[in-house]
Write a protein of this length. Structure first.
Length: 296
């Protein structure tokens, strides 16, 4: 009886430990917003249909089969103050430049506007193709993703379906023509506290694809010359003094933070598996002892 009680206690202890560890591991896997929410640039190309429709989605082509190469810099909103979001590395393909318009270019604000009734956002300036635009009137603060956790809103600069922003110089719905950084600066007010000064976690930089369409490999247009078509007279031997070409390491797009996340996930999984294995072993031992006791 004493042995049975002992191992019953051991089993209960193992269960208690697992019950503690498993929720902790789950909590570590959750993404927690830093402060009052996030903001970032969203966009869509009309009649060509490349798009990034939300800060939580990847940029895709029309059929959403290919991720569009570009780099986005979103921000964590930690209080009242000025913020700048950025998108770079993307422009409308040359063969669509003559007919495509920007169907949407704006700032998505994933914040809790219902709780903070005095919350207000004012667009200060936008830089597109190196030109700085200031706002004569503020774009409408439109509902975006109604029903989501933070009831996000969006302020649109380019919008052929509605009203283009009133800016100096005049804003049009034409596409930008370079992959230079496109930035939008805005000021938040009406929150209970001011933003964290010099916050190292304010910017959230995400690289999609190769980071820029300029880095994408050119499509094969069928004009490539095979090695068999090159005559011996056209082949030149490399000079002995020529230095070896630099090794291209750009293919490794895994960031240090991604690697760290993988290590944390592996560590958390190891703890869970060890806990479960230990619990199973204890249960097996208890069953064996009880069975032995019954036989005796």
């Amino acid at each position: 009886m004493k042995l049975n009680k002992f191992f019953t206690g051991m089993c209960a202890a193992a269960f208690a430990i697992c019950s503690t560890i498993l929720p902790c591991a789950a909590d570590e896997a959750e993404t927690v917003l830093d402060g009052y929410g996030r903001a970032g640039i969203v966009w869509m190309v009309m009649d060509q249909w490349d798009h990034k429709n939300s800060i939580d989605l990847e940029p895709f082509d029309e059929m959403e089969t290919e991720v569009i190469s570009c780099t986005h810099t979103d921000v964590n909103i930690t209080g009242n103050g000025q913020y700048t979001v950025k998108m770079e590395g993307y422009k409308v393909p040359d063969d669509a430049m003559d007919f495509a318009l920007i169907g949407n270019l704006g700032v998505e604000l994933d914040m809790d506007f219902k709780t903070y009734e005095e919350l207000n956002v004012v667009l200060d300036e936008a830089v597109i193709d190196g030109v700085t635009y200031t706002f004569n009137e503020q774009p409408e603060l439109e509902v975006f993703g109604e029903g989501t956790f933070r009831d996000a809103k969006v302020m649109k600069l380019k919008n052929p379906y509605g009203k283009v922003a009133n800016t100096t110089p005049e804003m049009t719905n034409d596409p930008w023509t370079t992959t230079d950084p496109l930035t939008i600066t805005f000021t938040v007010s009406g929150l209970p506290e001011d933003k964290i000064a010099d916050n190292p976690d304010e910017e959230i930089v995400t690289v999609f694809g190769s980071g820029s369409v300029d880095n994408d490999a050119p499509e094969d247009d069928g004009t490539a010359v095979s090695s068999e078509e090159v005559s011996d007279s056209e082949v030149t031997e490399p000079a002995e003094s020529a230095e070896p070409a630099d090794t291209d390491v750009s293919a490794d797009t895994t960031s240090d933070s991604d690697k760290a996340d993988e290590k944390e996930d592996t560590s958390s999984n190891w703890i869970i598996y060890a806990c479960l294995a230990g619990g199973v072993v204890v249960v097996i031992i208890v069953i064996a002892i009880i069975a032995k006791g019954k036989k005796s």
